[in-house]
Design a protein around this ligand. Structure first.
Ligand code: NAP
Ligand code: GCO
Length: 266
């Protein structure tokens, strides 16, 4: 048997939400490299236009759509358009997400709701929209992009941690409810990755020194560095492919070892 065939995504259709840039863009690029046809969405036309050019520069004929993952009608329309343009969806990567870094006592309920709506309800809406087609196909792969905050808390990220902790359990529940339909739902838990979302945590200080949080994370990560979106490409192909058909309800942490490490004695 050609073992590499197990990792092939030839003939598969993948939807990666929020894949205009950052982690989603890297994951979509990886899935394309394994043979998948790529669809992605975001909310901003300017982000979509730039992303289409960026995918084309990599030789990827991605299809991009404007859709907010929190809007059930827009997601239903997105799935219908993809089915018309590319075919039924085999792989869903719930990547779209935001974070608001606000001390809990200063965070409004509206801010809390917005983060949970995008980071948790959005994946629910998107999974609910694609599962019926996957059941018809007799197979499906759902990958939810979780977080260190699916396991750990820290100051100012209460809404995000609540959402990503919930996303871990939504992952396990989709596994439980639809594993019998040959649908595998797993999570990827990235560590601290250098993307626009974490740029504020890596900003150079006025005196030119590194951001204290940047130094903290590097000291807490056995790999001794921030992750890159490219570090997530191989794990995503694995969880999207037949190679992981008996892996279900699992959160694969891609974190340079940070979750395993108590930290160096000061
Ligand atoms: P990012 O650079 O901020 O990109 C987020 C993407 O999501 C953008 O394309 C954005 O495009 C889209 N988006 C946001 N809200 C949306 C909505 N309601 N509907 C559709 N698209 C939406 O974030 P990232 O760092 O690549 O992170 C991607 C995912 O990984 C997120 O779920 C994040 O929580 C998770 N994660 C990130 C890290 C990290 O260290 N960076 C670590 C662990 C987990 P528009 O604004 O145009 O819609
Ligand atoms: C933060 C960071 C993290 C990362 C990621 C870690 O403010 O702590 O944004 O939450 O985004 O989720 O896995």
């Amino acid at each position: 048997m050609d073992m590499m065939e197990k990792f092939s995504l030839q003939g598969k259709v993948a939807l990666v939400t929020g894949a205009a840039y950052g982690i989603g863009f890297a994951i979509a690029t990886a899935l394309a490299g394994a043979g998948a046809k790529i669809a992605f969405n975001c909310r901003s036309q300017s982000n979509l236009d730039k992303a289409l050019a960026d995918y084309a520069e990599k030789g990827i004929d991605a299809k991009g759509y404007i859709a907010d993952v929190t809007d059930e009608d827009q997601v239903a329309d997105l799935v219908a358009k993809i089915e018309k343009d590319l075919g039924g969806i085999d792989i869903l990567v719930n990547n779209a997400g935001i974070i608001k870094r606000i001390p809990m006592l200063e965070m409004s309920a509206e801010d809390f709701r917005q983060v949970v709506d995008i980071d948790l309800t959005g994946p629910f809406i998107c999974a609910k929209a694609v599962i019926p087609g996957m059941i018809k196909k007799g197979h499906g792969k759902i990958i939810n992009i979780c977080s260190m905050m699916s396991e750990l808390g820290r100051e100012t990220v209460s809404a995000y941690a609540a959402a990503k902790g919930g996303l871990k359990m939504l992952t396990r529940n989709i596994c439980s409810e639809y594993g019998g339909a040959n649908i595998q739902c797993n999570g990827i838990g990235p560590g601290y990755i250098a993307t626009p979302q974490t740029a504020p945590l890596r900003e150079k200080q006025p005196d030119g020194s590194r951001h204290p949080f940047d130094q903290f994370i590097v000291s807490k990560t056995p790999a001794g560095r921030w992750g890159t979106a490219e570090d997530l490409m191989g794990p995503a192909v694995f969880l999207a492919s037949e190679a992981s058909d008996f892996v279900n309800g699992h959160i694969l942490y891609v974190d340079g070892g940070i979750l395993a490490y108590i930290g160096k004695q000061p």
